[in-house]
Design a binder for this molecule. Structure first.
Ligand code: UDP
Length: 488
């Protein structure tokens, strides 16, 4: 019976990218709030991004720490400082980055040996962690950092290859054997499906598929009521074990927590909220494309003109520094003057969930990264969907066709980091559609309902709350079974 009371110790090993690190820290806090001990394993620069959050959690009595492993710069010939995936902006850098990620196996193994955790929760992009966990007799839980919907869609495309049965890149196909009729084109699929050469990333993807079939299960940052057909599909049709425990971003309740996720915000959060306080409810559109997308100057100019043309108040996050001369080529002449008081540009990193949760925000232009999508859902706002790459085109379908809380800006083409090019008229039109009129109100009211469901899911006895309990109980009994067999 003593082992029943023993504190479980979990290792969290997120991929080195904000879209993984941020929800992993939120998730770690959730587990720690149930009395588990959590160690987050990451590299020095990534550790520095989360250190304040970890320190604060410790002060609040949560048992969390960070164990640092070195990034193998020299071995893979990457420049110092390139420790996060969004900085790997060329094919060569990405190949090296994936190689570096695979080289983290040895230092991780050392830590597992030293600390003997009860479970390893690791990103899907580290397929080799399944073997490592098996070696030490502990379960590995995959963290996909995306929706059930997109994993199921991707699996159906991989298994049935509908994209090989159409005659052109722009001819739509329906995802076969899928609960809903969802149309996509070859142009919108991740390059894994469309390129014929083997690269570090295609290799890793193939290994990840294999590892998924032999891992203990997966944890999802989602909630059952959001995508029940796909949570069921994942478990019953694809036959995999899963727990839905999100939205994990809702674990951040005070402003400081909301402002400090993943990176230091480039604007004082209180100032930003004060600006929003001066606006009417649902009158501001928030525009942000996550941590990776990096639009060129002409695209940014189109966004500026489209936003101005929409005549809506806005907060726009631009990941662009001023050049050496202090010029900003992307900014239309006199733009900031014209939109003064009406539009706020954040250059760098925004306190996203603090903004989204403000009652003045009535719409979200998003690249459909899963974290952002779910944060938009949790805040109960309609969205303009503007997928760029990764699995974002699947998430767009979920938002617009299943949940019916958004409209597409009209992206046709998957283009890593840079995105397809979208004209000002399309931007203006889409923004107006989610902000003004009957259609906007209908979407907003559906979005609000989903936002309420999201909050309920993480409250005591909600679906995510209960599933987290189920998972912890299962890990507990797994640990006991492991100990029993060790003692025999
Ligand atoms: N984020 C933020 N401020 C920004 C940009 C992004 O806080 O200026 C956060 C956002 O709230 C989300 C994460 O970064 O939690 C981005 O993850 P997502 O899956 O949306 O997109 P990715 O960056 O992986 O493309």
């Amino acid at each position: 019976m003593a082992s029943e009371r023993r504190q479980l110790h979990l290792f969290f090993f997120p991929f080195l990218a904000s879209g993984h690190l941020i929800p992993a820290v939120d998730m770690a806090k959730l587990f720690a709030s149930r009395g588990l001990k959590i160690s987050i394993i990451t590299t020095p620069l990534n550790a520095s991004l989360i250190s304040k959050t970890i320190e604060k959690s410790k002060i609040l009595g949560l048992q969390m720490d960070v164990l640092i492993i070195e990034f193998p710069y020299v071995q893979v010939e990457l420049p110092k400082g390139l420790e996060s995936y969004h900085l790997a902006t060329s094919l060569d850098l990405r190949q090296k980055f994936y190689k570096a990620a695979a080289m983290l196996e040895q230092p991780l193994e050392k830590l597992v040996q030293e600390y003997a955790p009860d479970c390893l929760v690791s990103s899907a992009l580290y397929p080799w962690t399944t073997g490592l966990a098996k070696k030490f007799g502990i379960p590995r839980l995959i963290f996909h950092a995306t929706s059930f919907f997109s994993i199921c869609a991707s699996e159906c495309v991989r298994l049935h290859e509908p994209h090989k049965k159409v005659s052109s890149d722009s001819e739509p196909f329906i995802i076969p054997n899928f609960p809903d009729d969802i149309k996509l084109t070859r142009n919108q699929l991740p390059d894994l499906f469309t390129q014929n050469v083997q690269t570090e990333s295609t290799k890793m993807y193939e290994q990840a598929i294999e590892a998924e079939l032999t891992s203990y299960g997966a944890v999802f940052n989602s909630f059952y009521e959001l995508e029940p057909a796909y949570a069921n599909y994942y478990k019953k049709v694809l036959g995999r074990k899963a727990w839905h425990i999100g939205p994990v971003s809702l674990s951040n309740q005070d402003i400081e927590d909301k402002a400090q996720r993943g990176r230091e915000a480039s604007i004082n959060c209180h100032e930003c909220l004060e600006w929003l306080n001066s606006k009417k409810p649902n009158s501001v559109v928030y525009v942000c494309f996550g941590s990776m997308a990096n639009f060129n100057d002409s695209q940014l100019k189109e966004i500026a003109i489209g936003l101005e043309g929409s005549e809506q108040h806005f907060i726009w996050v631009v990941k662009k520094e001023k050049n050496d001369e202090g010029n900003e080529e992307w900014l239309p002449e006199g733009f900031e003057k014209r939109v003064e008081g009406k539009g706020l540009i954040i250059r760098g990193w925004a306190p996203q969930i603090a903004i989204l949760d403000h009652e003045a925000v009535g719409g979200f232009v998003t690249h459909c990264g899963w974290n952002s999508t779910l944060e938009g859902v949790s805040a109960g706002v309609p969205m303009v969907t503007w997928p760029v790459s990764a699995e974002q085109f699947y998430n767009e379908k979920l938002v617009n066709h299943i949940l019916r809380i958004g409209v597409g800006v009209g992206v046709q083409q998957w283009v890593r980091f840079l995105g397809d090019s979208i004209k000002r008229e399309a931007i203006q039109k889409a923004v107006i559609r989610i902000m003004v009129g009957e259609e906007a109100e209908e979407m907003r009211s559906r979005a609000r309902e989903l936002g309420k469901m999201a909050k309920k899911a993480v409250e005591e006895n909600g679906s995510s709350y209960s599933d987290l309990n189920n998972l912890i109980e299962e890990l507990r009994s797994h640990g006991i079974a492991g100990e029993a067999s060790e003692n025999n």
